[in-house]
Design a protein around this ligand. Structure first.
Ligand code: SF4
Length: 317
């Protein structure tokens, strides 16, 4: 017997279909964003679509898309639009992905050149189905951007490559300027928020990047409002510093649908500021902590500040 699967009607998150719906908290007045639709936004959208690419800006439903795309700041999401993990916070489609598009690195390189970006952020879905987790595809994408836009600095935001020996080495050898891997939340939340990942493994990945190539900036971020305690966030900061991470981002978690993890709390701007102060005191070169902070928000400006901060630190030592 042949079973026909209707992929057109397939839900975006099949694993969440039987989960109970949760109440959605009303957003506070400090979460206000620019609506998409400006001329710059349309131009960015045209370049993304005409190159057949995906962006995390759209797939994750990022609130900053109106502001970022107006400035042509799009974060490309490579290796398809379907993720093999099923994190409770994420809006990216889940399921079995298609085969890799081997022309994608070239397409991304061409899109970056058309957008004229001085700094680009490349992320991906999680590809646990690939033997190297997609490490080689990341490396080829970095190489294509370097070839087509030699002046562009490159930031990557990678999955954890869990159980893929040698993957991190391949990506580091491609020499991105910034290697970002998000811890996403405090360890006590992993089983409910990020069940397919391991906190220690993610920390170790960041530490390994520094061991392999200390010239690469490392970066990691978390969402708050997922039920974490302040002390847990401070411990996580210490863990990141022990792994010699340079840059930390902290932003408010926003719930994509009623089936996703609920927002336990809207953290106030003052609390974000307090986290920023503590994080700088713990030794990060750069910290971005605000309700609308996202890994790639203002990434180009922040990269320039990061470089300046490193030079100042080296000058002092
Ligand atoms: S913050 Fe990042 S993901 Fe969000 S719209 Fe801007 S570039 Fe895209």
């Amino acid at each position: 017997m042949v079973t026909v699967v209707n992929t057109l009607n397939r839900p975006r998150h099949p694993e969440k279909q039987n989960r109970p719906e949760t109440d959605v908290l009303r957003k506070p007045e400090w979460i206000r964003v620019k609506a998409p639709g400006s001329a710059g936004w349309s131009k960015t959208a045209d370049i993304v679509r005409s190159n057949g690419l995906h962006t995390v800006c759209e797939e994750a439903g990022c609130p900053n898309i109106g502001e970022c795309w107006e400035k042509k700041h799009a974060t490309f999401m490579i290796m398809g639009d379907t993720c093999t993990r099923a994190c409770a916070f994420c809006n990216v489609r889940t399921g079995l992905p298609k085969a890799l598009d081997l022309d994608e690195p070239q397409k991304v390189g061409e899109a970056v050149a058309k957008l004229g970006l001085s700094h680009v952020v490349i992320t991906s879905v999680d590809r646990d189905d690939l033997t190297d987790g997609g490490a080689e595809h990341f490396a080829r994408t970095i190489a294509a951007i370097r070839r087509l836009s030699p002046g562009t600095t490159i930031e990557i935001l990678t999955p954890d490559f869990l159980r893929k020996p040698g993957a991190i080495e391949v990506v580091v050898a491609a020499r991105p300027d910034v290697f970002n891997h998000n811890l996403e939340t405090v360890p006590g939340n992993y089983l409910t928020v990020r069940p397919g990942a391991r906190y220690f493994h993610s920390l170790r990945l960041l530490q390994q990047v520094k061991e392999l190539d200390p010239s690469i900036f490392t970066k990691s971020g978390i969402m708050v409002g997922l039920g974490e305690e302040r002390n847990e966030v401070l411990q996580l900061m210490d863990d990141l510093r022990a792994a010699e991470v340079d840059f930390m981002t902290i932003g408010q978690y926003l719930q994509p649908t009623r089936k996703h993890h609920k927002v336990e709390k809207f953290v106030t701007p003052d609390e974000f500021k307090a986290y920023e102060t503590v994080a700088y005191a713990k030794g990060f070169l750069m910290v971005s902590s605000s309700p609308l902070t996202r890994s790639s928000h203002h990434a180009g400006d922040d990269f320039a500040k990061l470089r300046t901060a490193r030079e100042a630190k080296l000058g002092r030592s």
